[in-house]
Design a protein around this ligand. Sequence first.
Ligand code: FNR
Length: 368
Amino acid sequence: MTSASHIHSAADARRLAKRRLPWMVFDYIDGAAGSEVGADRARAALDAVTLQPKILRDVSVRDTSVSLFGKTTAMPFGIAPMGMCNLSGPGADLMLARLAAKHSVPHGVSTVASTPMEEILEVSEGNAWFQLYFSGDGTGTFKLVERAKACGYETLVVTVDVPEVGRRPRELRHGFKMPFKIGPKQFVDFALHPRWSLTSLFAGKPQMANFLMDGYEFDRTESRAKATWDTLKQLRDMWPGNLVVKGVLDVEDAVRLKAEGVDAIQVSSHGARQLESAPAPIAVLPEIRAAVGDDFPLFFDSGLRSGEDVLKALYSGADFAFFGRSLQFAIAAGGEAGLAQLWDVFTDELSIGMAQTGITDVRQLYKA
Ligand code: FNR
């Protein structure tokens, strides 16, 4: 049996990944801010949401597709932007891009992706969305926006919940840095995880690929704190495509974003990697939905670990959801086959959950 066939849940993928990945890489992906109470709070709030079983409704034919910025996706969930995905396995970014192409779902391409944005867009067959971090005084940021526009991105996701990178003690303890340095501590860690080291390091140390071209520089630790509502206005003016703002947990902010003309809002706590004391995203989602109205596109991520979790997000007001670290764990656990397997698990869980809650059409469940 291959590792992929051992994945029957997100927890399976995480458990297998934990065995394969160097501690430094596992903790970079798995870790959360502070003492990780925020991650626990987000999980507990998701666990506390229940779905109401409904019976005898002929749910034999179920449609999981939704319409997103004029395109039809096969399922109501996609791939959240994550930096340095190739740390989970060589070629991870392109595995995610192929998955996005296969199911016509969005693939968030991080500013700090480990593969150039142009290549991911091509392999995703146009399903990639470019995720932007505002950084420093904005000079490099605006260049990246122009580059994303020039190469054909239609959707820009501006992540606003990282005015400073959150303190994640698990990362700090391992001395995790990008680009990472291999000191004695890391050497031992890599030596004890030879399967990862032999494939990942020999494939070439993962890099922040969008910054390897002349004229683009990025420092992961550079302050992103200078971004303001004026910055958003500038971005709105220079970006003719869809503009999504990711990392919103406040009702007033959401209402203002809508008024500023953004095309969608992503309710997210960055997977609990930023403000440890932030509210559980699933708890604020219904309030934000009520404030922006039924027809405004609202996306959700953070802490989702199953298709039923996606249903909970949809019932709570989201139009679309995104998975993050679980997908990287699936890659670490079983490569591209592992990723496909976990995706099928999520799809199955969603579809079975629809049947059990008496739903045949996943669209706009919050209005049901
Ligand atoms: C992230 N996330 C993230 N978000 C973003 O906008 N730009 C980025 O570069 C990254 N990088 C990143 C790296 C890693 C390793 C993780 C785990 C997450 C946050 C991501 O988009 C998403 O909000 C969360 O991952 C969703 O939570 P779950 O599903 O991981 O719990």
